[in-house]
Write a protein that binds this ligand. Structure first.
Ligand SMILES: [Zn+2]
Length: 247
């Protein structure tokens, strides 16, 4: 373990263009559970249980907005969540000029809260919401305070989160920026997710750099393709590695 941290610190020292790709494990270290691990909700209207994936789908929002927001507010917005040592370590690497981008599947905005500037949020963010009629923007508090589906205070239109729901496509601009950053990277660190899950699996193809680092608590099928594999807590690993490279 100690040895692996030193190896990672060495890689960070020798890299000039690091990109971090993060999954749910980065957020669970801030006590934000993966919503897919919830039980979903019991829909009174449909009289049956709805899986977490169905509950955050486009069609569920369209057909049962009040139940959608019921689940969404309880399972996707964590207003009191704070960045953890992984977020701070990455912000520091960016400040040092070593890290060029964070690509994340998380929607909690914790990277920006920790000070990261270039963050590509593949699945959007709970902190941006917009009126589907006039385009006015709203924060997460506005959605949390609403009774059921949030309604625009200007035009009365429906307000929805700028989050990519199931059945919806990813934002092509965000994808292009992520691909560009990964293609140019000399080191790609994948943390808190396995390499085999979409879109990590497809994005990693664009990486042509020297060091592919995988940090994940559990083993994954793709472990063998990593140059350095650390099976441990992402927050601890990133903090210790950045501390070691500075020492
Ligand atoms: Zn409006």
């Amino acid at each position: 373990m100690e040895n692996q941290i030193m190896k990672l610190a060495e890689i960070l020292k020798n890299s000039q263009n690091i990109v971090f790709f993060g999954g749910a494990g980065v957020s669970t270290a801030s006590n934000i559970p993966d919503f897919r691990s919830s039980n979903g909700i019991f829909s009174k209207k449909l009289n049956r249980n709805i899986s977490p994936e169905q509950a955050v789908s486009h069609s569920f929002l369209m057909m049962h907005p009040d139940e959608f927001y019921d689940f969404y507010k309880k399972n996707l917005i964590y207003p009191d969540a704070k960045p953890n040592d992984c977020h701070y370590a990455l912000a520091k690497l960016e400040e040092m000029g070593k890290l060029k981008a964070v690509v994340t599947q998380n929607i909690d905005g914790l990277h920006q809260m920790a000070g990261s500037k270039t963050v590509y949020e593949l699945h959007g963010t709970v902190h941006k919401n917009y009126c589907t009629n006039c385009g006015k923007n709203f924060d997460a508090d506005y959605v949390l305070a609403a009774d059921g589906e949030p309604i625009c205070d200007v035009c009365g239109g429906k307000v929805r989160p700028d989050v990519v729901l199931y059945e919806e496509g990813l934002d092509q601009n965000v994808i292009q920026n992520a691909v560009k950053a990964i293609s140019a990277a000399d080191t790609l660190i994948i943390g808190g997710t396995s390499l085999v899950v979409y879109p990590a699996a497809s994005l990693v193809y664009y990486f042509k750099g020297k060091h592919l680092v995988l940090i994940n608590k559990s083993a994954t099928q793709a472990d063998s393709s990593a140059d350095l594999l650390i099976q441990d807590d992402i927050a601890k690993v990133m903090r210790q590695a950045v501390e070691a490279m500075e020492a």
